[in-house]
Design a protein around this ligand. Structure first.
Ligand code: ATP
Ligand code: MG
Length: 447
């Protein structure tokens, strides 16, 4: 009884401070995950570590996803070997991270993240209980206890195709339930980002957040403000590129996390009336991600912040400014208002600004200008953006059609389009057109 109380107060796993807790060992016949469902590199790294005498398992999201029949994004391996020992075994590997030291093992096109079992002891905590440093190593059981949700704490052993389950992860997975390991409030104090992970994973997997896991979120939401902006930005990106971005945002709002956490989202979600554009933008990203197509983060951010730019742009035009200049100034306004608060890395903000800036060039359909515009490296992204604006009722769909035709037309067809635009600059609908054979274009990725 007393031991049980001490464990509860210290939030220790049930196995610590007494004899080891026995995990459930689940056989292939019950779980159905075969070793050939692992990636080549994940299988090889795990087996090589085992051959060298260490314990090694595939762990975390990959095991969870395989059980759900979802193709894992990446594979993580947990091992009893220290980072140095792992590094020593694999020629193409490097030790990274400070707060959590992990090893990246590169094999063919893949990178496998290998972490050493974490111990129950946390090296360094801030006053609020936040984990500041954490490099103590431990057993598999302790490692399981340090993970966030029960469904994320499953270990898969490819040598005998078993799953090792310390926290009823398989049961919760079957019930489609996200359950925090240990005391949820305490786990959020240790690492507030876990609240965002709960929301993202629940939306992505279509799981319920268990009531005990969910309850403390609202109360602890404020802790997120103290997280480094870069980490929050990364987390927000994961949320927006989860394939369920709109569902994630709706859930953030539901859990009281939509305001005051991501400065960018505050701006985006501030105006309920503009929800239509947000929904449109996110659903197009979601469907690209679900179809396994590349997306551009710069483009996504451009859509998210466009309302801000657009309102200021229209304002300046109504005050008599030229559209082109008005747009440049509106962009500058939005950028300076947000400044660095949003922690948007430069490689994304540059693309974002370019997509916006190019919007006025679609109006110039005379002479050599449209031809020059086609040569612009960001033409395609700017055009896609224009199409989105048309869908939102902000520009005449005929303008988009003109540019669609212009891209597809042959020399003669283009001349005809320019002539049509000259004669009727406002009636932009294109005349009968000659199409060039359409060659599939790849959307530029990464930025
Ligand atoms: P995704 O599908 O987004 O990759 P994931 O669960 O695999 O989801 P990762 O960020 O890849 O997420 O983390 C891998 C594993 O590391 C998790 O499954 C979980 O076990 C553990 N983990 C990650 N972040 C935390 C955290 N903040 N606190 C505790 N455990 C964590
Ligand atoms: Mg993962």
């Amino acid at each position: 009884m007393i031991r049980k109380l001490i464990r509860k107060v210290l939030d220790l796993p049930s196995g610590i401070g007494k004899s080891r807790a026995r995990p459930r060992i689940i056989a292939l016949a019950q779980h159905g995950v075969r070793r050939d469902q692992l990636s080549h590199a994940a299988l090889k790294v795990t087996l090589r570590l085992q051959e060298a005498g260490y314990q090694a398992y595939v762990v975390g999201g990959a095991v969870r996803d395989l059980l759900l029949d979802v193709t894992p994004k990446d594979f993580d391996v947990a091992t009893s070997a220290t980072p140095e020992q792992v590094h020593h075994l694999f020629r193409r590997s490097r030790i990274i991270g400070r707060r959590f030291r992990i090893v990246h093992v590169m094999m063919g096109p893949e990178t496998i993240e290998v972490t050493t079992f974490r111990g129950g002891l946390i090296d360094d905590r801030s006053e609020s209980g936040r984990i500041m440093a954490d490099n103590s190593f431990g057993s598999q059981e302790e490692d399981a206890h340090r993970r966030d949700f029960t469904v994320n704490a499953l270990f898969y052993d490819p040598s005998n195709e078993t799953i090792i389950d310390y926290h009823h992860g398989v049961r919760d997975l079957k019930a489609r339930r996200l359950v925090m390991i240990g005391q949820p409030a305490r786990r959020y104090q240790e690492d507030p980002v876990r609240m965002l992970r709960a929301v993202r994973l629940a939306a992505k997997l279509g799981f319920e957040i268990d009531s005990d896991t969910r309850r403390p979120i609202r109360e602890h939401a404020g802790l997120l403000k103290k997280e480094p902006a870069a980490r929050l930005f990364d987390e927000m990106l994961k949320l927006l590129t989860s394939g369920q971005a709109y569902a994630c945002l709706a859930k953030l709002r539901e859990e009281g996390l939509s305001r005051g956490v991501f400065p960018l989202l505050d701006v985006v979600m501030g105006d309920e009336g503009d929800e239509a554009f947000l929904r449109l933008a996110l659903s197009s990203t979601d469907s690209r991600i679900r179809a396994d197509k590349p997306i551009s983060v710069g483009f996504l951010l451009a859509t998210l912040l466009w309302r801000q730019v657009w309102q200021r742009w229209q304002q300046r035009i109504s005050e008599g400014e030229k559209p082109h200049l008005a747009l440049a100034e509106a962009i500058a306004d939005v950028e300076s208002e947000q400044d660095n608060d949003m922690a948007i890395p430069r490689r994304f903000s540059v693309t974002m600004r370019e997509i916006w800036t190019l919007q006025t060039r679609f109006d110039s359909r005379a002479g050599a200008r449209p031809f020059r515009f086609l040569e612009q490296p960001r033409f395609r992204a700017a055009y896609d953006f224009l199409a989105l604006r048309a869908k939102a009722g902000e520009v005449d769909p005929a303008l988009v059609e003109w540019w669609t035709d212009f891209q597809d037309a042959d020399e003669e067809g283009r001349a005809a389009l320019i002539e049509a635009a000259r004669q009727a600059p406002d009636a932009v609908r294109a005349p009968a057109r000659r199409r060039r054979r359409r060659t599939p274009r790849k959307r530029e990725d990464a930025a």
